[in-house]
Design a protein around this ligand. Sequence first.
Ligand code: IVH
Length: 711
Amino acid sequence: MPSSKPAASDAPVETLSPGEARAEHERIGEVIAEADRLYYQDDAPTLTDADYDALRRRYEALEAAFPALKSADSLTERVGAAPSSKFGKVTRAVPMLSLSNAFSDEEVAEFVGRVRRFLGLDADAPVAMTAEPKIDGLSCSLRYENGRLAVAATRGDGTVGEDVTANIRTIGEVPQALKGAPDVLEVRGEVYLSHEDFRRINARQEEKGLPLFANPRNAAAGSLRQLDPEITRQRPLRFFAYTWGEIAPARPRDTQSGMVAWFKELGFPVNPLTVVCHSAEELLAHYRMIGERRATLGYDIDGVVYKVDDLALQARLGFVSRSPRWAIAHKFAAEKATTILDNIDIQVGRTGALTPVAKLRPVTVGGVVVSNATLHNEDYIKGIGTDGARFREHDIRIGDTVVVQRAGDVIPQVLDVVPEKRPADARPYSFPTSCPACGSPAVREEGEAVRRCTGGFACPAQAVERLRHVVSRRVLDIEGLGAERLPFFFEDEDLRIREPADIFTLAKRDAENLKKLKDKEGFGALSAKNLFEAIENSRTVALDRVIAALGIRHVGETTARVLARAYGTWTAFHDAAVKLADGDEEARHELDSLDQIGDAVIDALANFFREPRNRAMVERLVAELHVQEVEKPKADTPVAGKTVVFTGSLEKMTRDEAKAMAERLGAKVAGSVSKKTDYVVAGPGAGSKLDKARDLGVIVMTEDEWFELVK
Ligand code: IVH
């Protein structure tokens, strides 16, 4: 689990002792690595960009002040994230690197000057450079062996990427075989989606009630990183070739532009806006031309890339850390415009988050008419940042003139207000404290910027998404009632499924109904019968899954398991939750004493069970189920009641296995070492936790010794 409180310490790094610095460096490193994993591999970011950047800056500051912390596997040395384990790994001989950025004409001139100086050329000597659009997609390497596509991989951490060969084969634009290619040829480029295809994919997602992709880049990433290539096939991905990795026996051309022309001869799509320039002025003229055509290209670009054309000069220029000295990405500035804020609407997301949306007098921002823009959250309107500090002097009021920004192709946002233009009748905005979709209270948890609806299944904005979770494999696991069918049942007049209990009354209601499921579009007698059977088979269900099915915030599968193990039966859990909601201090205390259960979970449980509609919904569901009790952990093992910390890399079991095993044996598993720790099981590479255990005199053992102890 990522830490939900990623905040960096405030103490200036210079005031830390080396030990404190090491501990903080390790802690932040873990949070960043986890955030990277969620962002790059699960396409599901957990931290805001600002929080993430703050952590990164602190991490770098620690390394700058304590150079001993910087090792080869420091996060500052990595590009992107290590590949996800769901795909096979591909190791490249020539790593894929990133580009440094320029944001202004001056920075481009400096880049050209640097290149000249490095090569010992005169200040006005011409240097041939290519200029081409920077495609906003995902980079991929395609390896051809003896003219056949052998392996395709995502960038991953640069050296090791994910094997997406089967998915790349579904891209019509990518040649499967090449004529006249060298024995080994690794072509690299960008996989992307056109605007039109992006819109089509999102329309299909919407029809099926599936989450929408925020932008073409995310949609392309989600499509390429599909385990099922059949899904990728339905998403018309495209490709532009712009660079290369290994080539053997010999590279056939000696310029960047020559190589790209050769890719084209081989049958790869290459970007038609690639030109060769001879000065900073020419580069900038091409940049402006591309900028003007950006809105009509039909795909997302986020800048222009300049590369030294002569490959011998590229070789002389080489690299600085992770980017080539011979190339730079000249990024487009975010586009801005001012307009009037006519109103503020509240959108309720699928997780219940209330997002304020600015209703604007339509205005053109970078060639696109914008009439809606996000205002992020309640505090943002007031001018308060996620760190609680004021970042804008004025709040935003209805009637104000505001600055709107479209950065790249993401959702437009209100960036600022123009206080001089505030009319006398501008109205301050008061954020609703009840949900506009269902009327339930909308609450803000401590330390959270987002206000959320507590209506759960009673809220039409959230119900389908929640039901989807309930029927999923990891919760009630109802075959035949998958994500695609839920919107149908949610809407169907005769056989409505609006809350979990409705699933289990479906067969009975069907029998009583004149209009039967078997006669509905997409069903038949057999599929209806199979569905009813699958539902019947799911009626007997383990306590932890029932708890997870309630869809309480912060109570996912893992937490549900902890609660189930602690309370054992539905009645015991339910009594405790109801008491908690009614303000019983003892019930709160009892929950608080459970390992892994903290205030966030306790408050979420209390909020949930305080709402009468939720209580009624829960009762209706449980009345339909046979809830299986959960075996309490064993009390007669050598580690029962002990607190164990696992650290370092474990070699005989995964972290999850180690944890599950210890818990089964009645031990508590903690994340950090303290006086209360009984055992530390340390694998190779263990760091500060091991040091701390030694300092405190805690028993330290190897994995083998652990197995010996519990056998
Ligand atoms: S050249 C060693 N050319 O931008 C240089 N990259 O920010 C290799 N990108 O990882 C990259 N369009 O994913 C290059 N025309 C282009 C590009 C391009 C998009 C991406 C690529 C790279 C990232 C760096």
